[in-house]
Design a protein. Structure first.
Length: 237
């Protein structure tokens, strides 16, 4: 066989072995964004968790890179209820307290989807239990608003501020009163705000910016059973 043909066949054989690598290099050259954090956001958006792992493995500093909305791979994994991936991302050093443009850290994603185990996982990773969104609401506010007793108990066990007020001056107890949630109100009234001194439970007569107490809000919405509970605990209008 012609020596030149032998060299050519050998060259093609060698190229064939490295074709995938060369294709990747060509894609990066032709599309610079394909191997940058935007690629991670795209993979997250598609739900391509295999690609997410591949990109983060190659670029650990991308693990907390946000997309245009401020969502990270961790928060997206939480919304997707993918606990395995969330644990994997945390092991790779994912930030547990980044904020979206709405001011929501990943903990809020776990709250919004009612994932008690995920909330526990994030709190164990030192997520801020008293993080606030743009409205000044904390995770405990959201638990009271949605009537999520299990989540509220988890947050309180991790020292959530039971008397935190949002931008309207509403505490979690105010929200329980607004929603007519007697069970949530009972939990907040029975749980000590200070676990060391065992005193200072939820401020039953806290006033919002309009000067309204939880009892006044309950009466305004005709939540009679809740209003009676508040009265029994010393509530007044």
């Amino acid at each position: 066989m012609n020596p030149w043909l032998q060299q050519l066949r050998f060259l093609f054989a060698r190229i064939g072995r490295y074709a995938p690598l060369m294709l990747t290099a060509l894609m990066v050259f032709l599309c610079p964004a394909c191997d940058r954090p935007a690629a991670l956001s795209d993979a997250v958006r598609r739900g391509d968790w295999g690609q997410v792992k591949s990109l983060v493995t190659r670029h650990p500093d991308w693990v907390s890179h946000p997309d245009e909305h401020g969502d990270t791979a961790l928060s997206s994994a939480i919304y997707d209820r993918n606990r395995e991936l969330a644990v994997w991302l945390l092991d790779y050093g994912a930030d547990v307290n980044p904020r979206t443009k709405m001011g929501h850290p990943p903990l809020f994603a776990a709250m919004a989807t009612g994932q008690t185990e995920m909330v526990q996982l994030l709190l164990a990773a030192r997520s801020d239990v008293n993080a606030r969104d743009q409205e000044g609401m904390t995770p405990l506010h959201y638990a009271a608003f949605h009537g999520s007793r299990d989540l509220a108990e988890t947050l309180l066990a991790h020292h959530a501020d039971i008397n935190a007020s949002d931008t309207n001056g509403l505490t979690p107890l105010h929200w329980a009163a607004l929603m007519g949630d007697t069970n949530m109100a009972a939990l907040l009234l029975s749980h000590p705000a200070n676990l060391l001194t065992r005193d200072h439970r939820a401020d039953i007569n806290a006033q919002n910016l309009k000067g309204e107490t939880p009892l006044r809000l309950a009466l305004a919405r005709n939540h009679r059973d809740l209003a009676q509970l508040l009265r029994d605990h010393g509530g007044h209008e």
